[in-house]
Design a protein around this ligand. Structure first.
Ligand code: SF4
Ligand code: SF4
Ligand code: SF4
Length: 394
């Protein structure tokens, strides 16, 4: 029996799609999904509020520490458990989870490597190292966490590069090299925020949220200016923080005001609450496309250095537009693959788009018309005759 659906609260596709043709129809939300969302949104707000401000009175008493463990421990454990659990489920299932249609296809090598990386990175780098190895090295008890101020130099805010040498080397050394060779695959293979987006994005609800909620088209491109503002803010704040530390700029109050703005507006409201609570409404990569300063930096670097990363379309394209609908970043992939359903054999990289190299568009394409291309290779000219068009059933 088909699942009963409630009226859709997702914005009409054409409002977001902005003229981009999306072939998969919105099936609406089930009552179960609506009930989940009603609980999910306030839960995310409460969760991040406690995580961000764990101590009300600055001691274990009257704080949100439970059994001696910090909110950060519980947050990290739930988050990593979710990401690792879904990644492991995908690996064991071994299916192409982007493919449409009833006939299952095996998971490709790229996706297998990606989900293996997500699983290991999330488990080791974002859970075992901070919650087990770190405290052991520091000689701390694993049973009780010391009260600590909230962490403020997450690498995605870029400003952290001005606060510690290690983060500086990471942001201005390791990341640019990785971008040159691998594009923004860091966002789909490594980053903790991206790990959640990638794993939620292959669940049945997550796919629906990506397909029908992700903003696309010219409006989405215009909104990217917000991300540029975030990057400029992060760099300005980082430089002022650095100069203040060197006593070359003596305005601690300015630095403090910028720090508070970043903490509240960028980290809490945008990165944490909107970035996660908006999954059911705007897809899984709102923060990644419109907020994350590191992503904007990577995109600029990749475009300027003509990085070796690109997605290429071939003459097998039949103009189905599934690739556009599958893209969690809201990139109109099909616009590079065909014009009026005639293959264009075009390609795109970081100079043209904020692509994170997740491979979703490649996996969903039923005609194998897309692939990650080798270094700076340009496609041959498009064929003279148009390929026949095919309709896609919802
Ligand atoms: S865009 Fe930023 S937050 Fe998102 S995955 Fe990339 S680095 Fe992480
Ligand atoms: S690349 Fe594949 S999914 Fe995209 S428009 Fe062409 S045939 Fe459709
Ligand atoms: S264009 Fe393709 S590979 Fe790039 S982010 Fe979109 S779906 Fe992923």
């Amino acid at each position: 029996m088909p699942e009963a659906t409630a009226p859709s609260v997702i914005p009409k596709e054409k409002e977001w799609a902005d003229g981009v043709r999306l072939p998969i129809k919105d099936p609406g939300r089930s009552w179960l999904e609506i009930a989940f969302i009603v609980l999910f949104v306030p839960a995310v707000v409460a969760f991040y509020s406690i995580y961000k401000w764990p101590t009300v009175f600055g001691s274990h008493e009257g704080s949100f520490y439970l059994f001696g463990k910090s909110p950060g421990f519980f947050y990290g454990s739930v988050y990593s458990g979710l990401v690792c659990g879904i990644a492991l489920w995908a690996l064991i299932r071994n299916e192409n989870l982007y493919k449409r249609g009833k006939k299952p296809a095996p998971m490709g090598r790229y996706q297998r490597a990606k989900f293996t990386s997500i699983f290991l990175v999330q488990l080791i780098v974002f859970w075992i190292l901070p919650f087990i190895v770190g405290p052991l090295i520091a000689g701390q008890s694993l049973l009780e966490d010391a009260i600590k101020p909230p962490k403020r130099d997450y690498h995605v805010y870029v400003s952290g590069a001005f606060m510690s040498l290690g983060t500086g080397i990471y942001i201005f050394g390791v990341i640019p090299i990785a971008v040159y060779f691998f594009g923004k695959r860091y966002c789909a293979w490594f980053c903790a925020c991206g790990n959640l987006a990638e794993t939620i994005g292959i669940t049945s609800w997550g796919k629906k949220w990506v397909y029908h909620g992700t903003p696309r088209g010219p409006v989405a491109r215009r909104l990217e200016v917000i991300q540029t503002v975030c990057l400029v803010f992060a760099l300005a704040f980082g430089v002022l923080f650095f100069l203040d530390g060197l006593k070359l700029f003596n305005a601690t109050s300015v630095v403090g005001a910028l720090q508070s703005t970043q903490d509240l507006v960028i980290d809490f409201i945008f990165g944490s609450v909107i970035g996660v609570a908006a999954y059911p409404f705007l897809g899984s990569r709102v923060w990644c496309r419109y907020g994350c300063p590191l992503a904007k930096g990577m995109q600029l670097l990749g475009g300027l250095t003509r990085s070796r990363f690109q997605v290429e379309a071939n003459e097998a394209c039949k103009g189905l537009n599934l690739c556009t609908q599958a893209c969690p970043m809201g990139i109109d992939v099909a616009a590079f693959a065909h014009k009026d359903r005639r293959p264009t054999n075009d390609s795109f990289g970081l100079a043209e788009t904020p692509c994170i190299g997740c491979g979703g568009c490649i996996e969903i394409c039923p005609t194998e018309a897309l692939s990650f291309a080798p270094v700076g290779k340009k496609s041959p000219a498009p064929p003279a005759t148009p390929a026949p068009a095919e309709e896609v059933k919802a």
